[in-house]
Design a protein around this ligand. Structure first.
Ligand code: PLP
Length: 454
C-alpha cells in the first residue's frame, strides 16, 4: 500500500468511520472526496469516479445540481431553521407534505417528519405501539421484519434490520421483533421448486409465524419492496399479494419502507407500485431530497391519524418529535427535488434506461464469478459465487466482494459490496454512455478478479 496522504492521515486520526473495518484503516486509508458534478465525484488527489451507488442510494439527481443549490440558498436566506413542535409550521414543510400526499400510492392523511430513514422507521414502531394503546389493545405490539432486511441503525431500526453485523456486539435485536424468512428465491428456493411455489411457501411460513406468536400480539410488519442493503433482493412473483391478505386477516399493518425504493428508482414513483404492495403506512428518506439535506418522513392514513387525535385528547399531547424533523432546508430541497423529478421527467428516463441496465447486468451472468443478477428499474445487484453450478458462496472471510469493489474503484467507479453482492444504484440522471462506462469498468474488474479469486 502507498503511504497515507496528509488528508488521509488526518481523517483516520480524528474521524470515527461508520460501517468500516476499523482495524484495517491504517492499512487501507480512506478515500477522501472533494467535490462532485453530475454522476461523477472527485477525490482530493483529483481522481474521477462514476458514483454508481448515488452515494448511499440517495443522490438520485447526482452532484452539483444548480437548481437544488439555489433552492437551498434561497431557503437558508429566508428561514434557516424552524421547528414544528407545539403547533408551529413552515411553508416548505406544508408544501412538501401536500406533494407527498398527492404522490402517495394509497390515501395518506398526514406526514410526520424526521431527519433520517432510521428515525422514520423508529417512529413507525412508536406509532404502531401508540395506535394499539389508543385502541385498547396493549398486547398487540410485536413487529415482524425479515431476515436480510435493512431498516436503519437506531436501537429499534437496527433490531428490525435482519443482518448480523447490525446486531452482533450491540445486544440487539430487542425483544418484540420477529424476523420472517427472507424471500430470496435464488438463495432460499428448494431444489425443483418453482418461483410461485416458493412464494406460497414464504406466505405459509409467515402465517405460521403469526399463528405461533399469536396475532393478538403483533402490531405490524415492515418491508422494503426491494430489499436494498441486504443484497438488492427483488421479491419473488406474487409475494406481496400473497402476504397482504394474511396480514389483513390478523389486523397487522404493513409498513412500507420506501427509503431506497421511493422517488422513481424502480421505474415507478414507489417500489410498492412496481412490486404490487399495498401499504398501510410509508417511510421515506434519501431521494426525498436527492440527499442534498437530511430528511425523512412517515406517511399515515386518516383512520390511524384520527386514533392519535383521539388518544392525545386523553393524554394531553403527542409526545414525540425531533429537533430537526421537518427542517426547512430539507423540506425546501424535498419540494425542489420532487419538482425536478416531475419537470425533467426522471421517471421516463429511468424507464428508458432500465432495459439497458437489465441487459448489461444479466449479460454479466455469463461471467464465471457471477451467480445471479437482480434488478428493479435502476437498482441492481450482482451476486458473486465460488461455484455457479452449485451456487456455492465464497468463504466470507475471503472478502471477495470487497476486493472486487476495490478493483472497480481503481478503474474509476464506485459500487458497493454487500457481502459478495455488488450493488448498483447510479444517479437516476445517468446518461446511456455513462451507464455503459460504469458497466465496462465493472466488467473489467470482474475479469481481473477471475485471475486471483479462489
Ligand atoms: N431503510 C432503508 C430501506 C434503508 O436502506 C436505510 C439506509 O440505507 C434506512 C432505512 C436508514 O436510513 P438512514 O441511514 O437515513 O437512517
Amino acid at each position: 500500500m502507498p503511504p497515507l496522504s496528509n488528508v488521509q492521515q488526518r481523517d483516520i486520526d480524528s474521524v470515527f468511520h461508520p460501517y468500516t473495518p476499523l482495524h484495517k484503516l491504517s492499512e487501507t486509508g480512506t478515500l477522501v472526496i472533494d467535490h462532485g458534478k453530475g454522476v461523477f465525484i472527485y477525490d482530493t488527489q483529483g481522481n474521477e469516479y462514476i458514483e454508481g451507488m448515488s452515494g448511499l442510494w440517495c443522490a438520485g439527481l447526482g452532484f452539483g445540481d444548480e437548481e437544488l443549490i439555489d433552492a437551498a440558498t434561497e431557503q437558508l436566506r429566508a428561514l434557516p431553521y424552524y421547528h414544528l413542535f407545539a403547533a408551529r409550521g413552515t411553508e416548505p414543510a406544508i408544501e412538501l407534505a401536500e406533494k407527498l400526499k398527492e404522490l402517495a400510492p394509497v390515501p395518506i392523511s398526514k406526514v410526520f417528519y424526521t431527519s433520517s430513514g432510521s428515525e422514520a422507521n423508529d417512529t413507525q414502531v412508536k406509532l404502531a405501539w401508540y395506535y394499539n394503546n389508543a385502541l385498547g389493545r396493549p398486547e398487540k405490539k410485536k413487529i415482524i421484519s425479515r431476515q436480510k432486511a435493512y431498516h436503519g441503525v437506531t436501537i429499534m431500526a437496527a433490531s428490525l434490520t435482519g443482518l448480523g453485523p447490525n446486531h452482533k456486539g450491540f445486544d440487539l435485536p430487542v425483544d418484540g421483533v420477529l424476523h420472517a424468512e427472507c424471500p430470496h428465491f435464488y438463495r432460499n428456493g428448494l431444489e425443483g421448486e418453482t418461483e410461485e411455489e416458493f412464494t406460497a411457501r414464504m406466505a405459509n411460513s409467515l402465517r405460521a409465524l403469526i399463528e405461533r406468536e399469536g396475532p393478538e400480539t403483533i402490531a405490524a410488519m415492515i418491508a422494503e419492496p426491494v430489499m436494498g442493503a441486504g443484497g438488492v433482493i427483488v421479491p419473488p412473483k406474487g409475494y406481496f399479494p400473497a402476504i397482504k391478505p394474511i396480514l389483513d386477516e390478523h389486523d397487522i399493518m404493513l409498513i412500507d419502507d420506501e427509503v431506497i425504493n421511493g422517488f422513481c428508482r424502480t421505474g415507478n414513483w414507489w417500489g410498492a407500485e412496481t412490486h404490487d404492495m399495498v401499504p398501510t403506512t410509508m417511510s421515506v428518506a434519501k431521494q426525498l431530497t436527492s440527499a442534498y439535506a437530511p430528511l425523512g418522513a412517515v406517511m399515515v392514513p386518516d383512520d390511524i391519524y384520527q386514533a392519535f387525535v383521539d388518544y392525545t385528547s386523553r393524554l394531553g399531547t403527542f409526545g414525540h418529535g425531533f429537533t430537526y424533523g421537518g427542517h426547512p432546508l430539507g423540506c425546501a430541497l424535498g419540494v425542489k427535488a420532487i419538482e425536478i423529478y416531475q419537470k425533467r421527467d426522471i421517471l421516463s428516463h429511468v424507464r428508458a434506461l432500465a432495459p439497458l441496465f437489465e441487459r448489461r447486468l444479466t449479460g454479466l451472468t455469463e461471467h464465471p464469478l457471477v451467480g445471479e443478477a437482480r434488478f428493479s428499474g435502476l437498482v441492481g445487484g450482482l451476486e458473486l459465487v465460488a461455484d455457479k453450478a452449485t451456487k456455492r458462496a465464497f468463504d466470507p472471510s475471503h472478502g471477495v466482494g470487497a476486493k472486487v469493489s476495490s478493483l472497480i474503484e481503481k478503474r474509476g467507479a464506485i459500487l458497493r459490496p454487500l457481502g459478495d453482492t455488488i450493488a448498483m444504484c447510479p444517479p437516476m440522471i445517468i446518461k446511456e454512455d455513462e451507464l455503459n462506462a460504469l458497466f465496462d469498468r465493472l466488467e473489467g474488474a470482474l475479469d481481473e478478479a477471475e485471475g486471483w479469486v479462489e
